[in-house]
Write a protein that binds this ligand. Sequence first.
Ligand SMILES: [Zn+2]
Length: 390
Amino acid sequence: MKDRTAFIFSEELLKYKFNSHHPFNQFRLKLTVDLLNKLNALDPNQIVAPRMASEEELTLIHHPDFIEAVKKAGSGQLSKEIAENYGLGTEDTPMFPNMHEASSLLVGGTLTAVDYVMTGKALHALHLGGGLHHGFRGKASGFCIYNDSSVAIKYLLEKYNARVLYVDTDAHHGDGVQWSFYDEPNVCTLSIHETGRYLFPGTGNINERGQGAGYGYSFNIPVDAFTEDESWLYAYTHAFREVAEFFKPDVILTQNGADAHYYDPLTHLSATMNIYREIPKLAHEMAHQYCSGRWIAVGGGGYDIWRVVPRAWALIWLEMTENPNCYGALPHEWVDYWQKKAGVELPKEWNDPKNLYPPIPRKEEITEKNNLTLEKALYPIRSQKKSESI
Ligand SMILES: [Zn+2]
């Protein structure tokens, strides 16, 4: 299996860069790759360079006017007034030189992963540069310009005629991907995120279930602020297993934003490395159970780029390659080298310490609330199953 995994990467991916103080920082890709290298867990033969998505491929999802605007923005030719209509030049999604090319490469990386998996060149593929789930058809949003996952799913439908299950564990709702396929019955989206009550983008309610022919193929589990590992994992495990059994996908695409961690500066969940160990494990199992192994994983959010993202993302690759070398101490060469540059104390182990944060006072109430949310979100599947068994 080890030979049949693809790691989509090149340093060019780091050109997706808004400015030096923006929280979305692709330097985390480099930190992750270096962690894997220090572990001897990444063979050069497994690395595949991302290709550029063509404009025709971008139009699978994006409006040509929006693509034109992004191109102009990247060469400094878009006025601030017009840019705003396309969600560009905002504080969240500023304009930067060559943004069209940088964004097209992120999309192309996910398409490269898709082609590797669907042609059987790889069983699993990981593209940590992707996962920009907030991008809309005609508008940039929430650090995302083009939506690589939406383009890749449309490409999977058209080129490979595949039924796609999209599972999004970023702390933010996977709104862009959900709305792209809201009326599409061959794409099932499942997003587990912090409730939109206090967090961008505000959507992702249980009752967003799809429309028309796509009704019943959109699932949302909005968990409460301060949710901890156990409750989060209970929701994730039940939702993923039951939705996969219900939908029976041909391929699974997982979005692996690593911003549900307690340390993440932009969100309010209280998860630890435990969830990042379990997330890829279950995805891997489901891919083998339903899809002959076809699993594509992308990155996403993750704003503690030193203490959280490298470990969380390395664990995806280690799971994909069935590498058990992910317990106990981190390679000290990695810690020693980056400690000088980090500005925060780096973790020394794969797991977080047990007393990472003070006890959460409303723990029980939060757990109960999340269980109720899960119950409501999965009600259509569970009631259908019940009536079939009578
Ligand atoms: Zn996020």
